[in-house]
Design a protein around this ligand. Structure first.
Ligand code: AMP
Length: 284
């Protein structure tokens, strides 16, 4: 497995790879959720390229950026254990991604103006710009994104479709810890009491799903269950809970199959997001 820190070395190594390539873009501090994307990528393509880059332009909060966990050596070790298909890790410098004078951005309107788009202004513009750069640099046949960041996934699918980019976006399911917490690099920043409190996020979504499965379709009721459960805990400040159409992400009044319940909350000072599909049969 090669580690490339510059665009030049990436291009040279990429030129040596024959067959199909799947890219897994990440911000590092890898966990099982990321590794599940790498495994899915390995099933799809002959070679996997993992990018690790903490993208400053998608952080709307400088404190969040400063606190974002990083450990490239550990990430490389985890990827080395992940199988021979991981051909290279692309861990570019800030200079390689945004050289002096850089002045272009890519932005999807509509999908980026709801949910996270309201609470993290500029976030998706940063995401779509860096993903466009990475796709142009790596030229993969596939790029894998997790349903953990469901809105991000939809924004990227829209961008790739609108700009006729010749890459297939592959969806990977959301991976959870055994106790239900959605895996996230940020979880390491949770103090023990906040880690305990964070379990309520997935539990609350599960409550709403159970209610949906008993026949409740009123979004106001589904949201109320989540709001009430989370209001019990002083460590949790809910930012939003929405039921949105699974494609357009527009808010709805009466829930239907494959709509998404999405939430964001501060838990002991750490911002967490989670989501589930409303589905009669699927187990949580
Ligand atoms: P990040 O490093 O947080 O930018 O995430 C990189 C990729 O991994 C994104 O496509 C995420 O959606 C995905 N990802 C992060 N956490 C999980 C998870 N718990 N389950 C599935 N995918 C995940």
């Amino acid at each position: 497995m090669l580690v490339c820190n510059t665009l030049k070395s990436l291009r040279e190594a990429r030129a040596e790879l024959s067959g199909t390539i799947a890219l897994v873009p990440t911000m590092g501090y890898l966990h099982e959720g990321h590794l599940s994307l790498v495994r899915l990528a390995s099933e799809k393509a002959d070679h996997v390229i993992v990018s690790i880059f903490v993208n400053p332009i998608q952080f709307n909060n400088q404190d969040d950026l400063a606190k974002y966990p990083r450990d490239l050596d550990r990430d490389i070790e985890l990827l080395e254990q992940c199988g021979t298909k991981v051909a290279l890790v692309f861990a570019p410098t800030l200079f390689d991604m945004y050289p002096p004078g850089f002045q272009t951005s890519v932005e999807v309107s509509g999908l980026n103006s709801v949910l996270e788009g309201i609470h993290r202004p500029g976030h998706f513009k940063g995401v779509t710009t860096v993903v466009t750069l990475l796709l142009n640099m790596v030229q993969p046949h596939y790029a894998v994104f997790g349903e953990k960041d469901f809105q991000q996934l939809r924004v990227i699918e829209q961008m790739v479709s609108d700009l006729r980019m010749s890459v297939e976006i592959v969806r990977a399911p959301l991976m959870r810890e055994k106790d239900g917490l959605a895996m996230s690099s940020r979880n390491v920043n949770l103090a023990p009491e906040a880690r305990e409190a964070s379990l309520k996020l997935s539990a609350a979504l599960n409550d709403a799903l159970s209610l949906y499965r008993t026949g409740e379709r009123m979004v106001s009721e589904l949201k109320r269950v989540v709001e009430e459960r989370l209001a019990e805990d002083p460590l949790i400040q809910l930012e939003y809970i929405e039921v949105a159409d699974g494609v357009s992400l527009e808010s709805i009044v009466s829930a239907k199959e494959n709509d998404r319940l999405l939430l964001a909350a501060m838990v002991g000072g750490v911002r967490l997001i989670d989501n589930i599909a409303l589905h009669i049969e699927r187990d949580f």
